[in-house]
Design a binder for this molecule. Sequence first.
Ligand SMILES: CC(=O)SCCNC(=O)CCNC(=O)[C@H](O)C(C)(C)COP(=O)(O)OP(=O)(O)OC[C@H]1O[C@@H](n2cnc3c(N)ncnc32)[C@H](O)[C@@H]1OP(=O)(O)O
Length: 176
Amino acid sequence: MSRPAPKRVAESSTTMSELVMPNDTNPQGNLMGGNMLRWMDICCAICAGKHCAKPVVTASVDNVAFQSAIKNGEVITLEANVTRAFNTSIEVYVEVFAATMQGTHPRRTHHAFFTFVALDRDNGSPVPVPELLPLTDIEQQRYEAALNRRELRLVLAGRLKPEQAGQLQELFRQQA
Ligand SMILES: CC(=O)SCCNC(=O)CCNC(=O)[C@H](O)C(C)(C)COP(=O)(O)OP(=O)(O)OC[C@H]1O[C@@H](n2cnc3c(N)ncnc32)[C@H](O)[C@@H]1OP(=O)(O)O
């Protein structure tokens, strides 16, 4: 199947906000981690769907640290951007920011990389995705670093043998 035309990051950039309600929180009044992951997945899926213009499924989620609690009544804003397209999969980076409803105590609370796979509408099998055109410095940095992240997650998922992870081996050689 031929590859669709390349796209810019801005074409699929996605932002959404949620108000944290009592039903989203634990007994301490903090947003439950599972609800946070759900919103991150939704924001990234919208972004991935816009880039691929196809049905997409979440294939993996990289490490997510819960270092900063978000309280009942706060507003969270999620920003998702494609960092790189591979063959049938793309990597999406999401950042989460929290603040009070009045906009005070603003902070970045979470971030993560998600991988999505585009599927054929008819038979559900993976299909090629549009390449990504990184334009800004930060887009270029994320684009270049994505190869290392991809190799690491595929090794951890048992889909790539460590000895086949050439990018990672080169990185470790440079750090030694
Ligand atoms: C938005 C949502 O929440 S959707 C609901 C949650 N997600 C799901 O239910 C998805 C269930 N999983 C699946 O359908 C399948 O495992 C798929 C489509 C993700 C992959 O299917 P496979 O038969 O393994 O396909 P295949 O081997 O051709 O790999 C397809 C792509 O997936 C990537 N992939 C597969 N597993 C992983 C993984 N664990 N981490 C990262 N990428 C992965 C491959 O690297 C490949 O990408 P590439 O073509 O860019 O190199």
